[in-house]
Design a binder for this molecule. Structure first.
Ligand SMILES: *[C@@H]1O[C@H](CO)[C@@H](O)[C@H](O)[C@H]1NC(C)=O
Ligand SMILES: *[C@@H]1O[C@H](CO)[C@@H](O)[C@H](O)[C@H]1NC(C)=O
Ligand SMILES: *[C@@H]1O[C@H](CO)[C@@H](O)[C@H](O)[C@H]1NC(C)=O
Ligand SMILES: *[C@@H]1O[C@H](CO)[C@@H](O)[C@H](O)[C@H]1NC(C)=O
Ligand SMILES: *[C@@H]1O[C@H](CO)[C@@H](O)[C@H](O)[C@H]1NC(C)=O
Ligand SMILES: *[C@@H]1O[C@H](CO)[C@@H](O)[C@H](O)[C@H]1NC(C)=O
Ligand SMILES: *[C@@H]1O[C@H](CO)[C@@H](O)[C@H](O)[C@H]1NC(C)=O
Ligand SMILES: *[C@@H]1O[C@H](CO)[C@@H](O)[C@H](O)[C@H]1NC(C)=O
Ligand SMILES: *[C@@H]1O[C@H](CO)[C@@H](O)[C@H](O)[C@H]1NC(C)=O
Length: 443
């Protein structure tokens, strides 16, 4: 306990100088159970605190009710990955400057506090991996700056109530996965996700606090792997509605989100055809609509998704020939498993004569390598070949979080899927460049 006392005294001390305190090194005080509550009064007196980052510690117990009172000056509150319990107390001061609120990876229960609507500066809201039992927080749509909404792995339930008002226009990362949402997909929201239709280069490279070292981070599922993005790139966009009970069809309007990079609707009960408009999602690198009840053919328009690196259509009721050419030559049969009616490569089941010659393979043209409309590439600065972006992006993330071994494994696993010509280019040039670029962009 002595060390925790020391922590709060330190907090008080630093807050007077408007500094931030980071506890990213758990070893400093995680040897036993600690309670923030016991020291609530102390911590609540730290009136001018701007950044409170207690993430990745072993803190437990309830959070002091006064925490919301910080927020007249507080811009970042990060309690991620502790063992906090109880309901979310936060009755937020009004007005407040809270920009980033990360309560993920605890055992909070009850509802989301409605007073979050007073946090009009909020850009990042992450309450993922808790036990929150609530309906969809449609009322957050009034937050004008909200860009990241992560409520994955909780007990959110019921249909998503959409309003016709212009809402969530700045959202770029929305993760509702692993909850119990039901009813149709929220078509109206897809219409309003303006930030996912915007290919304009944002001013900032990644989300961070003005004038400070603090960078927002978030855990997302990419290519089937949960990883922590140590930086949230302002051009990264994802919609993850997987593992819920959504029903109905995939709305056509999804095709308008042309800067979307990751789309995951898997493990729901979606019906109907795969909309042809998905072929308009030209930034898409990962598409997972597996384990649904989708019927019909795979639209040949999907062949135009030249950045697509991960495709999973398995465990649906699709039939007919698999489109051929471009990225489709790189997907293996696992992408189509469990659809008894599909035929053609890479499946061993051949199509009827009339079907086989419908889509002759199209080889990529030389200029494709240099001509990408690569918003994403410019930032990450590794613009090299069709569909490799995500792999490299992952690699870069791994590099950032300091796990070069995992990076190497990922890279190796992805390379063999690629067209050989691209692979050559990559192994020759990217390996070295990537690292030097990182140093200049991210260090
Ligand atoms: C966290 O606290 C629990 C309960 O006191 C303890 O069993 C565990 O070892 C602690 N974890 C770490 C990493 O210190
Ligand atoms: C917040 O601060 C005000 C005045 O500073 C005080 O009256 C109020 O009780 C505090 N609220 C909480 C929840 O601590
Ligand atoms: C969620 O809360 C409702 C009451 O508000 C309760 O009936 C239901 O059992 C709770 N669900 C879970 C999974 O805890
Ligand atoms: C649905 O949203 C409207 C406003 O957008 C609200 O008035 C209504 O109470 C909400 N209904 C439910 C069931 O949450
Ligand atoms: C697109 O993004 C740019 C830069 O972030 C911004 O200035 C512009 O207003 C955005 N446009 C729309 C329609 O959201
Ligand atoms: C999509 O979501 C499911 C369940 O949340 C996850 O298992 C899968 O790995 C995700 N797909 C991709 C391509 O990330
Ligand atoms: C795809 O985009 C083009 C050009 O913006 C548009 O004409 C077409 O209707 C869209 N296709 C679908 C299926 O939405
Ligand atoms: C596709 O998704 C299914 C579950 O929906 C999963 O079992 C399978 O491993 C995935 N396949 C690929 C190639 O990602
Ligand atoms: C998928 O490919 C593997 C080997 O690559 C093969 O053993 C298996 O039979 C194939 N499955 C189908 C359905 O074609």
């Amino acid at each position: 306990m002595g060390s925790l006392m020391w922590l709060f005294q330190f907090l008080l001390y630093v807050s007077q100088y408007q500094l931030a305190f980071s506890s990213s090194s758990p070893s400093s005080f995680s040897s036993s159970t600690h309670s923030l509550y016991r020291h609530g009064q102390t911590i609540c007196n730290a009136r001018s605190l701007e950044i409170l980052d207690l993430s990745h510690n072993n803190l437990s117990g309830a959070v002091p009710q006064c925490l919301g009172n910080f927020s007249s000056t507080l811009s970042v509150l990060n309690l991620r990955s502790n063992r906090f319990t109880g309901t979310l107390p936060l009755a937020f001061a009004k007005p407040n400057k809270l920009r980033s609120l990360d309560l993920s990876g605890n055992q909070f229960e009850g509802q989301l506090p409605r007073s979050l609507v007073d946090c009009t500066s909020l850009e990042v809201l992450n309450v993922g991996n808790n036990k929150i039992n609530d309906t969809f927080p449609y009322w957050l749509e009034t937050l004008p700056q909200l860009q990241v909404l992560v409520i994955r792995s909780n007990r959110f339930h019921g249909p998503i109530n959409t309003s016709s008002k212009s809402s969530f226009t700045k959202l770029r990362i929305v993760d509702l996965s692993h909850n119990e949402f039901s009813g149709p997909l929220p078509m109206k929201y897809f219409e309003h996700f303006q930030a996912m239709k915007n290919k304009t280069m944002p001013d900032k490279k990644y989300m961070s606090d003005e004038n400070s070292y603090y960078h927002d981070s978030v855990v997302v599922t990419l290519k089937g792997i949960e990883i922590e993005m140590q930086r949230i790139f302002t051009i990264f966009t994802t919609i993850d509605f997987s593992s819920n009970n959504f029903i109905g069809e995939i709305p056509n309007v999804i095709g308008k989100l042309n800067s979307l990079i990751v789309l995951n609707f898997s493990h729901n009960s979606l019906k109907g055809h795969i909309p042809e408009s998905l072929g308009n999602l030209t930034s898409l690198e990962s598409l997972d609509i597996s384990s649904n009840k989708l019927t019909g053919r795979i639209p040949s328009q999907l062949v135009s998704l030249t950045f697509l690196e991960v495709l999973n259509l398995s465990w649906n009721r699709l039939h007919g020939p698999i489109p051929q050419g471009l990225q489709f030559n790189t997907f293996q049969n696992g992408s189509y498993a469990g659809n008894l009616g599909l035929c053609g490569l890479p499946l061993s089941k051949e199509c009827e004569d009339s079907q086989t010659k419908v889509h002759p393979p199209v080889l990529p043209k030389e200029e494709d390598d240099h001509n990408f409309d690569g918003l994403f590439w410019k930032i990450v600065a590794i613009g090299y070949g069709c569909g490799m972006t995500l792999g490299l992006f992952l690699g870069s993330l791994m590099f950032l979080i300091g796990r070069p071994k995992l990076f190497v494994r990922l890279a190796e696993r992805e390379m063999p899927k690629k067209v050989i010509r691209l692979r050559r280019t990559l192994t020759d040039t990217v390996g070295r460049r990537k690292y030097s670029k990182h140093q200049s962009y991210f260090q």
